[in-house]
Design a protein around this ligand. Structure first.
Ligand SMILES: CC(=O)N[C@H]1[C@@H](OP(=O)(O)OP(=O)(O)OC[C@H]2O[C@@H](n3ccc(=O)[nH]c3=O)[C@H](O)[C@@H]2O)O[C@H](CO)[C@@H](O)[C@@H]1O[C@H](C)C(=O)N[C@@H](C)C(=O)N[C@H](CCC(=O)O)C(=O)O
Ligand SMILES: Nc1ncnc2c1ncn2[C@@H]1O[C@H](COP(=O)(O)OP(=O)(O)OP(=O)(O)O)[C@@H](O)[C@H]1O
Length: 515
């Protein structure tokens, strides 16, 4: 990739303010340690340090130009430079221009909301592919481009703009007709602006509850930041190519905030609603939640059908409806779309069903807070008349107060609690488990009988499976999609779902039954 500085800076300022020199630019980089010769280095004040301090290092490493925000650096930068009020927010327009606006060459779907983004992003990609389209996906758990899927190890659900735009460009090169992008409120906020220039065609809202108020300040600001996704449907509308002209706003009508999101979309956008309770364009009625999954009747402008999903948790009905609304609105037949969604065993590490023909249910989930435990166990407890068994631990060097709380909730809902390692880090693994066990005992469980302490996670999982009887549910919580357990300062490779399959295979169970 290569572009000329002026073509990039024109996204930030009028031509009169462009620096005189117009060097070729080879990359947009916000970390001096990643600067390569010819890069445009973007410097901003961070939470921990000030990016401006690294301008000399960036230039030493060959940066050809700098975009910055602190007036104290005016006249002190020996390469072509431009000051802009918020350099972090400038990353997105620069990166979109650098990569040639890849979002304008595909249909781009953005999915926002407090909960359900990752799941809905995944289901939407599945539903669109059912119609024959090649898709790309960016989410908390995985990235996907056409047939290639890999773990998102970045710690960010929505990566920084240069990574977002590079992924979109790769999707275009791989022949993707759709990009499905998880859009977090942080990424959407005007302060960070990571998703500008993506050229969204379809905006989806899952729901809005209170979260991240430390970042956004007020609930009102949080909602406004999320609603920016719907405003962004207007991007590039004036010169959109025919396949980019149709804009669609899709919201969950059961969420009291949904109107505000519809109102944020440009007037020419189509508006579609989905719901379980409210009246909506796409409705699920008569929802039944069982150990085998979710059953409901779906009515849509494109027809009606009975659905039987293998997903667990009533909230996944909303996620599936959202995915279905996107795909059907884009022309995928309802039956084709449902057939594909019905095959999904769950998103990696999110209520993921592990099936090896065993007579009990195994679910892997990332839940690792008391709130998530309570929510999940409330949903799962009524699904079995047999035992509910749980395996989990608590991270070392993190929120100690939550340990007995997790234990108390697990002790209250479950018949057998197996406590094990999560990420002990430099803490004593047995001591962490003992702190959780205090809560489990307070809920009436007895150590050595209904509460087992087995630090070795592989062994803990095997013990839980050995104790499971037909019809029971075994929950493996806390690790989800994560790829390691941190002992000391060393991450040891870990794959919860693979370990569960291995343990089931050792018990003599085979591959999942054909669906
Ligand atoms: C707490 C936080 O938000 N951190 C983000 C932030 O880091 P920061 O402000 O602390 O940066 P800093 O360390 O002060 O450095 C300032 C600047 O100097 C640069 N630098 C620093 C050192 C050096 O040697 N050279 C150099 O150039 C840095 O690259 C940076 O550009 O700026 C970095 C670069 O822009 C981000 O990658 C980083 O995201 C981290 C990974 C993060 O965890 N972010 C979370 C909060 C996040 O984005 N979450 C949202 C929402 C998730 C949700 O909804 O649940 C998401 O979309 O994932
Ligand atoms: N539509 C929904 N409504 C309410 N809760 C949900 C919904 N979908 C999922 N959840 C809950 O939120 C958890 C996280 O789901 P998911 O990963 O899909 O959400 P997310 O918004 O992407 O969050 P994250 O970015 O942290 O992964 C699930 O395990 C489940 O407990």
């Amino acid at each position: 990739m290569m572009a000329h500085l002026h073509d990039l800076l024109r996204t930030l300022c009028d031509p009169a303010h462009l620096p005189r020199a117009n060097p070729a630019i080879t990359a947009i980089v916000y970390d001096s340690r990643a600067v390569m010769p010819g890069a445009l280095f973007v410097a901003y004040r961070g939470f921990h340090t000030d990016g401006h301090l690294y301008i000399p290092q960036a230039i030493e490493r060959g940066a050809a130009a700098v975009v910055y925000e602190d007036p104290a650096w005016d006249g002190r930068i020996p390469v072509p430079a431009l000051r802009t009020p918020n350099a972090r927010a400038a990353l997105a327009p620069l990166a979109a221009a650098f990569y040639g606006y890849p979002g304008r060459q595909m249909r781009v779907v953005g999915i926002t909301g407090t909960d359900g983004k990752t799941t809905t992003t995944f289901l939407t990609s599945v539903a669109l592919e059912a119609g024959g389209a090649v898709t790309g996906l960016m989410g908390t758990v995985d990235f996907k481009i056409a047939g290639r899927l890999w773990a998102n190890d970045s710690r960010q659900s929505t990566p920084e703009a240069p990574e977002v735009q590079a992924l979109l460009r790769d999707m275009v090169h791989a022949g993707c007709a759709y990009a499905v992008v998880e859009a977090t409120s942080h990424a959407l906020s005007a302060r960070w602006n990571r998703l500008a220039g993506c050229a969204f065609d379809i905006a989806v809202l899952t729901n809005v509850t209170q979260e991240h108020l430390d970042f956004h300040g007020t609930v009102e600001q949080y909602r406004r930041d999320k609603a920016r996704l719907f405003e962004m449907l207007a991007e590039f509308h004036d010169d959109a190519t025919p396949f980019k002209q149709r804009k669609i706003a899709i919201v969950n009508a059961d969420d009291p905030n949904h109107r505000m999101f519809l109102d944020a979309a440009p007037p020419y956008a189509e508006r579609l609603t989905y719901a379980i309770h409210a009246n909506a364009d796409v409705c699920a009625r008569n929802v039944r939640s069982t150990r085998d999954g979710l059953m409901f009747r779906v009515t849509t402008p494109w027809g009606a059908a009975d659905a039987h999903l293998r997903l667990t948790g009533d909230f996944n009905v909303w996620n599936a409806l959202a995915a279905l609304t996107v795909a059907c609105a884009e022309g995928v037949p309802l039956s084709v779309c449902l057939a594909a969604l019905e095959r999904v065993p769950g998103v990696r590490g999110r209520m993921e069903r592990i099936e090896m023909g065993q007579p009990f249910t195994v679910l892997v989930d990332y839940a690792h807070t008391p709130g998530a435990f309570e929510k999940l166990m409330r949903i799962v407890r009524p699904l079995t008349d047999g035992q509910l068994i749980v395996v989990f631990g608590s991270a070392g060097e993190r929120d100690r107060a939550k340990r007995p709380l997790q234990g108390e909730i697990a002790g209250r809902f479950c018949d057998l609690v197996v406590l094990t390692d999560e990420d002990p880090r430099l803490e004593d693994r047995e001591a962490i488990i003992a702190e959780i066990a205090v809560g489990v005992e307070a809920a009436g469980k007895r150590i050595g009988e209904t509460c087992l302490c087995i630090p070795d996670r592989a062994h803990a999982i095997r013990t839980a499976f050995a104790r499971a009887r037909p019809g029971d549910i075994v929950l493996l919580l806390g690790k989800g999609h994560e790829g390691s357990i941190i002992y000391g300062t060393t991450p040891m490779p870990w794959n919860e779902a693979a370990e569960a399959r291995r343990a089931l295979a050792e018990l003599g169970f085979g591959a999942s039954p054909p669906f």
